[in-house]
Design a protein around this ligand. Sequence first.
Ligand code: HAM
Length: 429
Amino acid sequence: MSQQKTYQTARGVRDILPADQKYWQFFRCVSEKILSSLGIERIDLPHFENLEIYSRGLGNATDIVQKGMFTLDSASDDDSETKYALRPEFTAGAVRAYIQNGMGSWSQPVRLYYIGAAFRRERPQKGRYREFYQLGVEIFGDGSAKSDYLAIMSSWEILKQLGLKNLIVYANSIGCPKCRPKYLIKLKKYYKDKLSKLCDDCHVRYDKNTLRLLDCKEELCKKIADSAPTTLDSLCPECNTHFQSTLEYLDYFNIRYDLDPKLVRGLDYYTKTVFEICLVDDKSRQSSLVGGGRYDGLVELLGGQKTPAVGFSFGMDRVVSAMKEQKVSVPEKRGVEVAILQLGEKAKAASKKVFDLLLKDDINVFFVPSNDSLRSQIRQAVKQSAKYAIIIGQTEAMKGDLILRDLSASAQETIPLEYIVEEIKKRLA
Ligand code: HAM
């Protein structure tokens, strides 16, 4: 007999199974609570956008744009010239949304957060997927260090509230269009007589993305970068003051940070502050939990008015994995309190009515209308760990009565429909 063909997920993507859902649920819950208390509102953005938003926004020479995007052939049926890509991140899409929806005329700053999947064609490895989840914040319209602090503080606070330990912020400032060109000249000068020692990628970076020479992961390149001139030594007075104020906030509010003069991040839109949050023992720094920074030129670059902005994104997969590794305790979901079991045609309508009543009173119900025997339905209710079962047969349906059964004591009594919610609440309390 020929074997049925079975299917697997594509490389670098995976299922998130029910057993892990409590971590994700807790993460979303804690984040949404903290973010809304900081006046940050949710936005949902499309999963794909015009490819140019990413190539112009993130930078043509970046690794993501060069080799990391999933492009779509058939996203448009009206304009075959326009190419689309699955979002490799959210910031460029959020900027498009800010401009398209006229958010520049809203009261500033506009503070937004988003949650969802992002897609990058990367070589899959631990903590690096082709489909992964980000939860992030973008703050538009405030150029002061207060918003840099808000971005760092909110991500830090969420990780703390999740129960994660041994966290550290790495921070740097990579300057602005006034001071960075002068710095890049210095950097190129430093690298000029070392070119033969650099890896192939760094040769390309030297011409096309000079700043990124600093964060090459090849051992020899790393050594050479250790003695390179730093951006911090070349900041203009404005960038310097901005960065000092950001650090003062972090000091004042006791956020543990280290300066990392080689932190430049992999996206071209950044200006001034850049940061990552990592676990202290992640020495290779390949698995940052959070990445972010300021991008004061991006709104204008994508066609809007000049608008300062700053933000960050969590890699949710990595945060969940750290929660599991550190064995953080996650509140268990409130289990099933009552299962509704029904026998016969007449009971169907009555059971739906009971279902509506219990839901309205926020009682956790298990209700899968079925034609199974009572014994089988009780078995299913026990499997769900339900505390009580409401049993509705033909007779009960006609009389307007219900049988309330305590599944642990196997005791039961008949209760009129109009008293059922009250009785269950009394027992649950
Ligand atoms: P990013 O550093 O590219 O920045 O990504 C942010 C976070 O997403 C990383 O720190 C990491 O935790 C996670 N991440 C990135 N790639 C993967 C992957 N392949 N698999 C699993 N997790 C991954 C951005 O995306 C910027 N848009 C952040 C930002 C927002 N900057 C300003 N606003």
